[in-house]
Write a protein that binds this ligand. Structure first.
Ligand code: ATP
Ligand code: MG
Length: 393
């Protein structure tokens, strides 16, 4: 008996003339992952991607796990392959289904016949396989409303497929189909979630981390790298850029009014981010800001910060409560790392009374108190980048 992985397209099916572009990006992503797992054939037909192991020794669990992390699929299932005859379908059902039904009390069988030349109609196929199941397991009840297991039989172009449950895929649209963005990645809870959300809308991402050694530690940077590493499960390998803000922060501390410290720093961060974006081909910045969450995220503060950016800024968490952001962070596996207690440059020299209603002219006045451009160049010169791999060699 042969088992394969079926991945059902999500939103791509709504695409018109562009659909093949989305499909080929999706195919490339699945093939990239499959090549790391083992020997698999990947092909697309009827709004589904078929991942077929080429030997009996391929790691199907890992391939399944990989498919679950691909943006663009709404459903992923393992399925047994049968010939397109009721005889073979029933034979495969007998062999394949018992382990999936082991703990079930109620089941339902459903069939879908995309090949209309198949002699039986969908309800007849479902009834026949349902009968096979009941003959093996007379203790089971058919329950159409609340089954423990739903068995599906799909009659497709070249074969029939039988599966006992489909997982919800990662959703979204294929990674990279929306261009490239630059994720401002801190060690907090919000920015990894923001990156995940934009990647799910097709944005491939580089990451940028600002540090301020000795006020922030190597461990703080390593924590951010671990967050990026977790994100690679969805995003593939990530280039993480690092810039040092130490001199900028010291100059601000020594020369500017305390209330403006964070805003001044954030405007520097935006300027440097736009520069990194330019060199890495990113057309937008992504941050984890959420309206009103902290003093630097009021409408006025965000306006003043955004004023120095010549790139579009995506803030997917902007309208979300912390609790909702935490929910996603748990789901994608970043939460436990995010809550590790390390310092961030934004919490170095924090003002006691940060301006929540800053006026742009006043902020610009503050910037004239320091050697703005020289400090910018100095920070720019400190940049370096590391590549965070998805798979270990
Ligand atoms: P997070 O939980 O993502 O750290 P936050 O609520 O703590 O966010 P801030 O510290 O004000 O908020 O940061 C707002 C956003 O600015 C972050 O979501 C992130 O995108 C970016 N940011 C903050 N600190 C850094 C940093 N050290 N390096 C890169 N980006 C940063
Ligand atoms: Mg933070």
């Amino acid at each position: 008996m042969k088992e394969i992985i079926l991945c059902k397209y999500g939103e791509i099916i709504l695409k018109g003339a562009n659909r093949s572009r989305f499909e080929s990006i999706l195919m490339r992503e699945v093939k990239r992952r499959a090549a790391r797992v083992g020997k698999f054939d990947v092909r697309a037909a009827q709004s589904t991607m078929y991942i077929t192991p080429l030997t009996d020794f391929e790691d199907m669990d890992e391939m399944y796990n990989q498919a679950m992390h691909v943006f663009g699929f709404v459903g992923v299932s393992r399925a047994a392959v049968a010939e397109k005859t009721m005889e073979d379908i029933c034979r495969v059902a007998r062999e394949y289904l018992p382990s999936y039904l082991a703990n079930a009390k109620r089941f339902r069988a459903e069939a879908k016949r995309s090949d209309k030349k198949f002699p039986l109609k969908s309800p007849e196929i479902a009834a026949e396989v349902g009968g096979v199941i009941l003959s093996m397991r007379p203790d089971l009840k058919v329950d159409l409303d609340r089954p423990d297991v739903t068995v599906r039989i799909e009659i497709r172009d070249t074969a029939a497929y039988i599966h006992a449950g489909q997982d919800r895929g990662a959703g979204g649209i294929p990674l990279g189909s929306g261009g490239r963005g630059l994720l401002l990645l801190s060690g907090g809870i919000d920015s990894p979630v923001a990156g995940y959300m934009m990647a799910r809308r097709g944005l491939a991402l580089d990451a940028l981390y600002f540090e301020s050694i000795p006020y922030t530690s190597d461990r703080a940077r390593e924590k951010v790298a671990s967050l990026a590493k977790i994100l690679t499960e969805y995003l593939g390998p990530i280039r993480m850029h690092v810039i040092s803000l130490t001199k900028i922060q010291e100059a601000i501390r020594d020369n500017c009014d305390e209330d403006y410290f964070t805003l001044l720093l954030r405007r520097y961060m935006m300027r440097l981010s736009c520069r990194i974006a330019k060199v890495c081909g990113a057309e937008a910045l992504v941050t984890g800001e959420s309206l009103g969450q902290v003093a630097s995220q009021t409408l006025a503060a965000l306006t003043v910060t955004e004023a120095v950016s010549d790139k579009l800024i995506f803030r997917p968490c902007i309208g979300m409560d912390k609790e909702e952001i935490i929910g996603i962070s748990r789901k994608i596996g970043t939460f436990e790392t995010s809550i590790l207690p390390y310092e961030d440059c934004c919490t170095v020299f924090t003002p006691r009374h940060p301006k929540t209603q800053p006026v742009l002219e006043k902020v610009v006045e503050q910037e004239q108190k320091i050697d703005y451009d020289a400090l910018l160049e100095d920070a720019w010169a400190s940049r370096y980048s590391i590549l965070i791999p998805q798979f270990e060699d």
